[in-house]
Design a protein around this ligand. Structure first.
Ligand code: ADP
Ligand code: GLC
Length: 480
């Protein structure tokens, strides 16, 4: 099979700019696809962190006016990523979070910022760069969704794929924006980018892309239902034949407990006892009692409604009754941040929390905790439970989306067969979470069973090997 050239368009990429799992996926998939002779170039916005990392990048295209100011496309590479950077200072020369300004609100011109990213994606996909003609343009999430609308209205275009990482983020803007986008009037239609009287960039991608993927098979089914389709389910049902769920993988080099330079003691599945040093390190960092026997639950998460962590606040008594400890790392909803701070203050030595974003601490939590809690109300894929499996931390997850697809519940049958890798609960309520915590603590106190679960998790293939093959098959099928 011949080589395929893919232009990916995304608003985040690890290790340059990250707010969540999207960055991890966009950062890791290219290396996995390269092994299958699929060459990925990724277009990202020129945020300050990106411009600094790509200081040596060369201009390959320019626009005198791209949504309000001059802009250039730069080509460069870093950490084995082949990148195109949209250098548009009027839109992206702003430090910090890529979407939110210092006042905690979305930047008021996000519609223009990501229309510009998408316009750049469409232009780069159709000959703007001399000698570069990708076979496929692959857009990720709403920020890149308009790419497919722009491409649809060009005379000749590459094949297109839209990946949904989270249907809850839809890129909705008022209809007044439409003329600014300079799409033909026909695009403002139900069979187009119109969405409840406004425009939706995500819908643009879902409507115009040749194929749609999302990040787990279960989520691909859920988003076709009215309960979980968030208004897009009709469109997604209509496009069922073109919709595919491909589970995310993880970068098994960045996340490898045997070599991870960020953790106190490295270990593998044959040396699980080494984890004790990591647990002690974690207990010290989170101000927890240095008790090796207490089941230590970790959380690494955005603190939002999606993630269900308000339910964990309701499970405080169950945690205490199980003699468990909690170490939480997260940022998000200010009320939830305050509530976890208060819980830690009420139960010193038992609950600890770090409010903030800290990549190194995330590794330490995975290496030192006994269990990882992910009580999400919905979860397209979820990556932290995959990191947990890799690190011998038992995931305790809501049975939704990708969490359902990646964890084998310690049911009596699974325990009997010796295949369990974690604990699942459903429905996603505080009561069921409390039961799951009790069940996990009880399993933890049976070392033989617990270690078997840890080893099963560590033996699970969470790499990009299979998922990358599925993307490659999709790309080949699309070009055939
Ligand atoms: P989502 O993308 O919905 O936030 P995922 O589980 O797919 O959820 O990915 C979250 C990613 O962000 C993981 O790599 C996780 O380790 C990381 N992460 C989340 N919150 C924090 C935090 N406060 N500090 C460090 N890393 C975090
Ligand atoms: C989104 C989803 C998460 C998924 C990630 C990467 O942020 O919320 O479940 O793992 O994208 O695909």
């Amino acid at each position: 099979m011949s080589r395929i050239d893919v232009l990916a368009v995304a608003s985040e990429i690890y290790p340059l700019i990250k707010t969540g799992g999207l960055a991890d996926v966009v950062g890791a998939l290219p290396a996995a696809l390269a092994r299958l002779d699929v060459r990925v170039r990724t277009l990202i916005p020129g945020y300050p962190a990106v411009m600094t990392a790509l200081a040596k990048a060369c201009p390959v295209h320019a626009w005198p006016d791209l949504f309000g100011g001059p802009a250039r496309l730069l080509a460069g590479s870093t950490q084995e990523l082949d990148l195109l950077v949209l250098d548009a200072p009027h839109l992206f020369a702003r430090p910090g979070n890529p979407y939110v300004g210092p006042n905690g609100q979305d930047w008021p011109d996000n519609a223009l910022r990501f229309a510009a990213l998408s316009r750049a994606g469409a232009d780069a996909g159709t000959g703007a760069i001399a000698g570069y003609a990708p076979d496929i343009v692959h857009a990720h999430d709403w920020q890149a969704g308009l790419t497919h609308a722009f491409l649809h209205f060009t005379a000749t275009r590459p094949a297109t794929v839209m990946t949904v990482h989270n249907l809850a983020f839809q890129g909705q803007f008022p209809v007044q924006l439409f003329p600014t986008l300079r799409l033909p009037p026909a695009a403002y239609a139900v069979e187009g980018i119109e969405y409840h009287g406004g425009v939706s960039y995500l819908k643009a991608g879902l409507h115009y892309a040749d194929r749609i993927t999302t990040v787990s098979p279960s989520y691909a089914a859920e988003i076709r239902t009215p309960e979980e389709g968030m208004g897009m389910d009709g469109l997604l049902r209509a496009r069922s034949a073109d919709l595919l769920g491909i589970l995310n993988g993880i970068d098994t080099e960045t996340w490898n407990p045997a070599t991870d330079p960020r953790i106190a003691a490295q270990y593998d599945a044959r040396h699980l006892a080494q984890r004790r040093a990591n647990k002690a390190d974690l207990q010290a960092r989170f101000g927890l009692n240095p008790d090796p026997a207490a089941p230590l639950f970790a959380v690494i998460s955005r603190l939002t409604w999606q993630k269900g962590l308000d339910l964990l606040l309701e499970a405080e008594a169950a945690m205490l009754a199980a003699d468990a400890q909690l170490a939480l790392l997260g940022t998000g909803d200010p009320a939830m941040e305050a509530a976890f701070h208060a819980a830690a203050a009420r139960h010193p030595g038992r609950f600890g929390c770090v409010i903030g974003y800290d990549e190194t601490l995330a590794h330490r939590l995975q290496a030192g905790a006994d269990a990882l809690l992910v009580p999400s109300r919905f979860e397209p894929c979820g990556l932290t439970q995959l990191y947990a499996l890799r690190y011998g931390t038992v995931p305790v997850v809501a049975r939704v989306g990708g969490l359902a697809d990646t964890v084998i519940d310690a049911s009596p049958m699974a325990l009997h067969a010796g295949v369990a890798t974690g604990v699942q609960f459903a429905p996603v309520t505080a009561e069921m979470l409390r039961c799951a915590i009790q069940r996990t603590a009880a399993l933890y106190r049976q070392p033989r069973i617990w270690q078997q679960m840890q080893r099963n998790g560590m033996a699970t293939d969470v790499s990009w090997h299979h998922p990358a093959q599925q993307y490659a098959n999709l790309f080949h099928g699309l070009l055939a």
